[in-house]
Design a protein around this ligand. Structure first.
Ligand code: C2O
Length: 546
């Protein structure tokens, strides 16, 4: 049976401020945010769905969770509390490395602030999970309250579960939300649309449902002899924005700012407007870009954030459908269909509005990458190889599983150049914790089979003569993607050159991290069935900062 589109109003998730202003001075306000099992209405005609939701209380918990509003330079302290009963609402697979193999004593969760620059103990490491009342704790669990210093530049982050082997199901169940760092000193002069009505997060993901309203996830693995349930990707046909399937929003004829987070497991979105309205990019994940960039469409991989201004006064029609035409898996999978090719509907009021917001010529400038200060060049290869049990689809970063010893040990404050070599068929969004990255270029690899064979044998890009192979066509990286980011799309059959910086960009604040407390940080593919289920899925490596 089909659900009618555009019948639910777009919600705005509750906003929780992690500070309060006393006599004009902002002060940190400690937060307690729980994870609750509850019912959530995804659509007018769909029975309520059992979900896991973040919120201050069970009653106010939402999917996605509340938007956390943080202020640059003011600490956020959150006690993330797990109130989830034992049995998981989704099928999961104990044959992949998982926090615990049976959840009779509670469901392991841990929260990662994606894009945050903070100490390892607050990073939400996959092994720092805990169950209800902290009854069970993972091997690297160390604290109940997490601390995010918000010393980084203003920008868009999001928080989500990161528990070993359960991330994919915990996210599908609803454990995610957005987090905004604001800095009035930097942002007010820009004059962009502001206020809860004109500056809104849009958290977008795909889900499938059974007719009883429950989330549908196949409980049979694609290789059930080995993994009874695990599948390499999850795709759903219903497109959910801020917790409603294909919602609608009535807007005024003026500019709006939308911070769009792709919180899907594996779906890429290439957004465009049915009536030709355009996007003006102002920021991305983590940071602003240097000047606004206008495009007709925008490709957003899993966990990427695109921050755009849409000027509805330019609309020639009174209705605009936000649509999607990205194949799934991206880029060589199925074309979109009637359902997943539509995202939401904007109904544009007929009267022109007075709009005092503007798009400045320049946004925010960041330090340029000084190549002479680059301390290391690293090669990161993504490729598939047969496992011991001869399963063909084990995907690793540099052939290392998640639990392999630390391979990268960059110094705080350093900048490195990484060549990411994608020898697989799919586009993989590579995400780096703590660091920020800047994309230089993406170059097609020639004589790919030869390179693959060599990498399988030697696992060494220099010995395999990467230079010789990296002379195909260069892909133009969009101007809106040239800023500092924390995740980027690694094109199959290409090498992507990035600068990685392990520090804040805009402040002089320095780290005082005790790296012995935790094994450090991770980088991984953000198709969450790839990275965070860890078995033949890892794109995951540990990165120690010291
Ligand atoms: Cu968005 Cu390691 O996570």
């Amino acid at each position: 049976s089909k659900l009618e589109m555009f019948v639910d109003e777009l919600p705005d998730m509750p906003r929780i401020h992690s500070y309060r202003v006393l006599n004009g001075v902002p002060k940190s306000k400690p937060l307690k945010i729980g994870m609750f099992k509850k019912k959530w209405k995804f659509h007018r005609d769909l029975p309520p769905t059992t979900v896991y939701a973040f919120g201050k209380t069970k009653h106010t918990a939402t999917v996605p969770g509340p938007t956390i509003e943080a202020l640059h330079g003011v600490d956020t302290h959150v006690r993330w509390q797990n109130h989830l009963p034992s049995k998981h609402i989704l099928p999961w697979d104990p044959t992949i490395p998982t926090a615990i193999t049976n959840t009779t004593r509670g469901i392991p969760t841990v929260v990662h602030l994606h894009g945050g620059i903070h100490a390892p103990e607050s990073d939400g490491s996959a092994n720092a999970w805990f169950t209800s009342k902290f009854n069970e704790r993972g091997p690297t669990w160390s604290r109940k309250t997490y601390h995010y210093p918000n010393n980084q530049h203003p920008g868009n982050l999001w928080y989500h579960d990161h528990a070993m082997g359960l991330t994919r199901v915990n996210l599908l169940a609803g454990l995610l939300g957005s987090y905004i760092i604001r800095d009035p000193v930097v942002e007010e002069p820009l004059g962009l649309p502001t206020g809860d009505e004109f500056d809104r997060p849009l958290v977008v993901f795909d889900r499938s449902f059974r007719t009883d309203g429950s989330i549908y996830m196949s409980s049979i693995g694609n290789n059930p002899d080995i993994h009874p349930q695990w599948q390499p990707e999850y795709f759903g046909d219903a497109i959910i924005v801020n917790g409603k399937a294909w919602p609608r929003l009535t807007v005024r004829r003026r500019k709006y700012r939308f911070r769009i987070i792709n919180a899907s497991n594996a779906r890429f979105f290439r957004f465009f407007f049915s009536n030709g309205l355009r996007f003006t990019h102002v920021a991305s994940d983590s940071a602003y870009i240097e000047k606004p960039v206008t495009t007709n469409e925008t490709l957003v991989g899993p966990s990427e954030i695109t921050d755009i201004v849409v000027d509805f006064s330019q609309s020639k029609t009174n209705v605009a459908i936000l649509a999607n035409d990205a194949n799934y898996p991206y880029p060589s999978g199925d074309p979109v269909n009637q359902a997943n090719g539509k995202v939401m509907k904007f109904i544009i009021l007929p009267d022109q509005e007075v709009d005092t917001s503007r798009l400045p010529r320049r946004l925010v400038e960041y330090p340029v990458v000084d190549l002479s200060s680059v301390t290391h060049t690293r090669y990161v290869a993504m490729y598939e190889y047969a496992s011991k049990i001869d399963e063909p689809t084990h995907l690793y970063l540099n052939a290392k599983p998640f639990d392999a010893p630390v391979t990268e040990t960059p110094r705080v404050g350093s900048t490195e150049v990484w060549y990411v070599i994608n020898l697989t068929e799919d586009n993989h969004p590579l995400h780096i914790h703590l660091g920020l990255l800047k994309v230089f270029d993406q170059t097609a690899l020639v004589e790919l089979e030869e390179l693959k064979e060599c990498m399988k044998k030697k696992n060494d890009a220099v010995k395999c003569n990467l230079k010789k192979h990296a002379r195909g066509k260069k892909v133009v990286v969009g101007d809106h993607e040239k800023g500092w980011k924390n995740v980027f799309k690694m094109i199959p059959g290409h090498v992507t050159k990035i600068a990685v910086r392990f520090s804040y960009l805009h402040t002089n604040a320095s780290y005082s991290f005790d790296a012995t407390a935790e094994p450090g940080y991770v980088y991984h593919c953000h198709v969450s069935t790839h990275s965070l289920t860890i078995y033949f899925v890892q794109y995951h490596d540990i990165l120690t900062i010291f």
